[in-house]
Design a protein around this ligand. Sequence first.
Ligand code: ZN
Length: 241
Amino acid sequence: MVSAAASGGQWNIRRCRGHHLRAMMACIYSVPAPAEDAAGDRRLWHHGEGNYRPCFSSKETWEQLRSHHPRLNWTRVVWFQQGVPRFSFITWLAFLDRLATGARSKAWGCIQPCILCGEPDETRDHLFFACPYSFTVWIDLTGFLLGSRVSPDWTLTVTSLLSSRRKEIDTCLLKLAFQATIHSIWRERNNRRHQGDPLSPSQVVRYIDKTIRNRISSLRHRKPAFYGEMMQRWLSRPTPS
Ligand SMILES: [Zn+2]
């Protein structure tokens, strides 16, 4: 291998034949060897263009290592402070259209109709929420918040959730309900595929309703007034008698 030593102000590097090692050697030669009367070396961390500091920052390091892309507007529906990580993850996959729906398995010659309603073409947009089963769940949970804007169309629903004209509490409840519904519909769909006992839309609604109440309760200690009002708003949802 290569050994290096500074002697009399010169670098000595032996047995250097490879292209990369030669390039490295040229780089090392371009740096003056340490002088005996110079101050001691210091370790500095690269924080950005021409910015070196003595402290390490994992954030700055990650920012330099990762690929940067333009921020997508729908990420606000996926990642938000009150979100539940396992729901956010499934929602993120849904936005990327990476869930293993029938539309994706068709490319492998495997036909998978919607197991919730029998529709032959099981796509992401069908499951969320063009499917009569999932739209029943969605409208039951969010009809009181969305009013006439409640829609079975994926794009219209996302556009509506991104609207800035809604109160913060309503936006937060809608995003929670959206993610919990995607997670529950996907779980129910997979459960039926594995011969599990099917749940009715009203059973799924009850499960999501309880999940959202639990989530708001777990956040209450952070901002009692805000989350107290959010709970009141959610409890005002009309429920079948
Ligand atoms: Zn369906």
